[in-house]
Design a protein around this ligand. Structure first.
Ligand SMILES: Cc1ncc(COP(=O)(O)O)c(C=O)c1O
Length: 466
């Protein structure tokens, strides 16, 4: 029997009359009495702009109605229509142990019973910060936050405050969240929606932001506070750094006294249990985290050298605060994840990522559907319609987004959910065992044939269907 009280007569109503008979609890609504994704999505659009709380989820670039998710477990998500999909989105990389992993749900449940937020220091936040410091060389202090966006915003402010300089260097096609100063040109949703940046960011906010091509070391001068880079670019497909690129950035930053910031929000602990620092044998001055370290709960973190981090308030002049920062549930989930995520597991998941890429590659080759699936750690990218390697955003932009939309929908029809955007990565987690991988291979074969047939029937540029 549910321990949650019946709230049928309270302020949050049932979605519809049948909910009471279906045993629904309005405050823990999973849409049990809805039978159509369209119905929920249409109703959501009346109260949520575009029906989504993060732009990429809206299926704008692939067409169709987003699947409205009722629940998830391991490698699977179920939509409100009761259809099960193998999930390669994995909350955009946040749930590396798979959905509802028992260790994470047990930790969160236990933590919730002791209170959801205190606005005071806790032992768990200390332990999560210690866990990151222990794992990543060069990270001596960590400030926990609520999103990757908050972490990159704080990194920019801290770099400017610490160096006394204003200029920030970023790379075209890298994405650092919805941080004004870093939205001069971005990958991921910004790239998918074809926005040059975004409305609402005044020119003054990006006047000190210099955007340069990925995989080429820019010449800096002493006006530069920081270079912020995705050590593996995961928001324009998956683009690995060329030999010497990250070391070149390190050297150039050292030459002019600028800080090197690794944005590991998406790659954090997915490339190596010791982070990008260990993977590439290069120290960053600051590193931003998110996703994995919160086990699927809202999280961000900024870590780095003690002398720089101690410029943050209350020790230093660079202000930072957050009502929910270091949240007790998030930190419990994050600790449960990092407790299991050792070198062996990252290696095992990376092997599964390589297998997913090989299955997709073979299926597309057999169907005559040109696509490549680059891999880095546990991340898999997709580049449709181009077989030449991708080194930067100009290359990435040649991806055939119409072909991607066709492949995306064909995979969805075959029961596999990829991200609804051609520039997004796919993520492999603990839930993707051999049977699941085999099923992805089978789905990919039928999907590649369907996408190839659709492409032959409607030439490129004809626009995405659905
Ligand atoms: C590299 C990178 N940085 C920052 C962010 C922003 O993180 P969040 O969505 O948690 O704000 C993202 C989001 O995907 C990201 O991929």
């Amino acid at each position: 029997m549910s321990v949650i009280p019946d709230t049928g007569s309270r302020a949050i109503p049932f979605c519809r009359d049948e909910c009471a008979a279906a045993g629904c609890v309005p405050t823990v609504c999973t849409g049990a009495t809805f039978t159509s994704n369209d119905e929920v999505f249409e109703r959501s659009q009346l109260v949520i702009p575009g029906g989504v709380n993060s732009s990429i989820r809206a299926y704008r670039s692939v067409g169709g109605t987003p699947r409205v998710i009722a629940r998830a477990e391991g490698p699977y998500v179920w939509d409100v229509e009761g259809r099960r999909y193998i999930d390669l989105v994995q909350s955009y990389g946040a749930v590396i142990l798979g959905h509802a992993h028992p260790a994470v749900t047990a930790a969160v449940s236990a933590a919730a019973a002791d209170g959801t937020s205190f606005g005071a220091p806790t032992p768990r936040e200390m332990k999560l910060a210690e866990a990151i410091v222990e794992r990543v060389r060069g990270v001596e202090r960590v400030r926990l936050m609520n999103s990757g966006t908050e972490a990159t915003s704080a990194a920019v402010r801290l770099a400017r405050g610490f160096t006394g300089r204003d200029r920030i260097v970023t790379f075209a096609g890298n994405f650092h969240g919805a941080t004004d100063a870093l939205l001069a040109a971005g990958g991921s949703g910004v790239a998918t929606l074809g926005l040059p940046g975004t409305a609402g960011v005044p020119a003054s906010a990006v006047a000190q932001t210099m955007v340069v091509p990925y995989n080429r070391v820019p010449r800096l001068d002493d006006s530069v506070a920081a270079v912020i880079v995705e050590p593996v670019a995961a928001n324009m497909g998956v683009v690995v750094p060329m030999a010497g690129f990250l070391q070149g950035l390190r050297d150039e930053c050292d030459r002019v006294g600028a800080l090197l910031v690794f944005d590991e929000v998406i790659t954090g602990f997915r490339l190596d249990a010791g982070g990008a620092q260990a993977k590439f044998d290069i120290d960053a001055d600051l590193t931003t985290y998110g996703k994995v370290i919160g086990g699927g709960l809202p999280v961000g973190a900024l870590g780095g050298r003690a002398d720089i981090m101690e410029s943050l308030s209350p020790l230093g002049p660079v202000f930072h605060s957050g009502t929910l920062s270091g949240n007790p549930l998030t930190t419990a989930a994050g600790l449960a994840v990092l407790d299991l995520l050792d070198d062996d597991l990252v290696m095992e998941l990376s092997a599964r990522a390589r297998r997913v890429a090989a299955l997709l590659r073979d299926a597309c080759a057999a169907a005559g559907f040109p696509a490549q699936f680059p891999v880095a750690g546990t991340l898999v990218g997709t580049v449709c319609g181009r077989m030449a390697p991708v080194y930067d955003f100009d290359d990435a932009r040649t991806t055939d987004t119409v072909a991607y939309a066709r492949f995306f929908h064909a995979m969805l029809d075959a029961g596999v959910m990829m991200a609804p955007g051609a520039y997004e990565a796919m993520f492999v987690g603990l839930g993707h065992d051999d049977d699941v991988l085999d099923a992805i291979g089978v789905a990919a074969h039928s999907a590649a044939v369907a996408a190839s047939t659709a492409s032959a029937a409607a030439p490129a540029g004809a626009g995405s269907e659905n």
